[in-house]
Design a protein around this ligand. Structure first.
Ligand code: FE2
Ligand code: FE2
Length: 351
């Protein structure tokens, strides 16, 4: 290539116009380059579990067989993936420096104790949200790399939530509270899921859906500003994870002749959980009690007179929001209601 050609090509690249036979990447007006600006091969409906390269690579022979379990677009793709990837990168935060930790001092002992009970339980759920996407990332065929990129942002988000919750737990010396065996076996049941679509439904749609509502509540009832800021930041992360789960489910349901048949499979996954677990994405009684102490501002009868009704109301909001997400994803009213009811049962009852 002579220098003149090179200049012409670099000029073309700067403006985003195509060279003779190869389209170049399109830059955004501010000079940034998004994945959507690349002339990538279309996302295939399904691929063989083989090869270690992005879609569209020329090859003369088949790639080596690989233990990918996610080899269909409908299992993992969401139309909002690109937007979510960009949002995730823009909104990263630092649990060491972005939380006003000094504002978390001098909390009344009853409230600090109640908060520790809530945070210990939440911390355990964070491990589910952390380890489950981490487990599946290596099972995604590289043809669906964008999904792997997004789930990797979730892995970082959840690791940060664990870090932030641990810091708040130990900030005033209280630390972790007693672990409930039911919570652990319930989380184990989720982590042992081998089917990504079911795992994503249980985690992203049901579990993290509940968590976004819980973050909203904690923003309202946190006893201090450090905790409140943790909840504000985590809520934003969590909302992205739920948006992926709902987007993924929409993709899967839109390809089904009978979406409710798939709903039935998810119902079976929930019923399977019912046989040995009573928590994962609902709120166990001890957590509801601790939330009522935070909501009322203490343990006195007067405080409980305020706190208990607020948490009852919150549980009703949880159920409404869950059903709304199921309808939004594309389930019929009947299946959405059924899943919602099963979820309530698998959540260990209400206050
Ligand atoms: Fe989280
Ligand atoms: Fe999350």
């Amino acid at each position: 290539m002579d220098p003149q050609d090179r200049k012409t090509e670099s000029e073309a690249a700067a403006t985003g116009s195509a060279t003779a036979d190869r389209p170049v990447a399109q830059l955004e007006p501010d000079g940034s380059l998004l994945l959507t600006g690349l002339p990538l091969a279309p996302v295939p409906e399904r691929v063989d579990p083989a090869g270690i390269v992005f879609r569209g690579a020329p090859r003369t022979q088949p790639g080596p067989p690989m233990p990918y379990s996610i080899t269909q677009r409908k299992m993992v793709w969401a139309d909002n993936l690109h937007e979510l990837i960009e949002r995730a990168k823009r909104r990263q935060w630092n649990a060491s420096t972005d939380i006003p930790w000094a504002a978390g001092r001098n909390v009344a002992p009853d409230l600090e104790d109640a908060l520790a009970g809530v945070l210990t339980w939440m911390l355990q759920q964070e491990y589910a949200a952390w380890y489950l996407p981490a487990k599946f990332v290596g099972q995604i065929h590289p043809a669906y790399t964008e999904a792997g990129i997004f789930l990797s942002t979730q892995v970082v988000d959840e690791a940060r939530h664990v870090e932030a919750f641990l810091k708040r737990l130990y900030l005033n010396g209280v630390g972790l509270r007693e672990v409930s065996p039911g919570t652990e076996s319930s989380i184990k049941g989720l982590l042992m899921q081998e089917d990504f679509a079911r795992a994503s439904f249980l985690l992203h749609v049901l579990g993290e859906g509940t968590f976004t509502d819980l973050f909203h509540l904690l923003i309202e009832i946190s006893p201090d500003d450090a905790t409140r800021q943790i909840m504000v930041r985590s809520l934003e992360d969590e909302a992205r994870h739920v948006a992926y789960g709902v987007g993924r489910l929409q993709t899967q349901l839109s390809g089904e002749k009978d979406p409710d048949l798939l709903g039935q499979q998810f119902v079976e996954a929930l019923e399977g959980r019912l046989s040995f677990t009573y928590e994962v994405s609902g709120l166990p009684p001890q957590v509801q009690e601790a939330l009522a102490i935070l909501a009322g501002g203490g343990r006195s009868p007067a405080a409980q007179g305020r706190g208990v009704p607020r948490i009852r109301q919150f549980i009703a909001e949880l159920n409404e929001n869950r059903k709304r997400r199921l309808l939004q994803a594309g389930f019929s009213e009947q299946v959405a209601e059924h899943i919602s009811q099963l979820h309530i049962r698998s959540s260990g009852g209400l206050m």
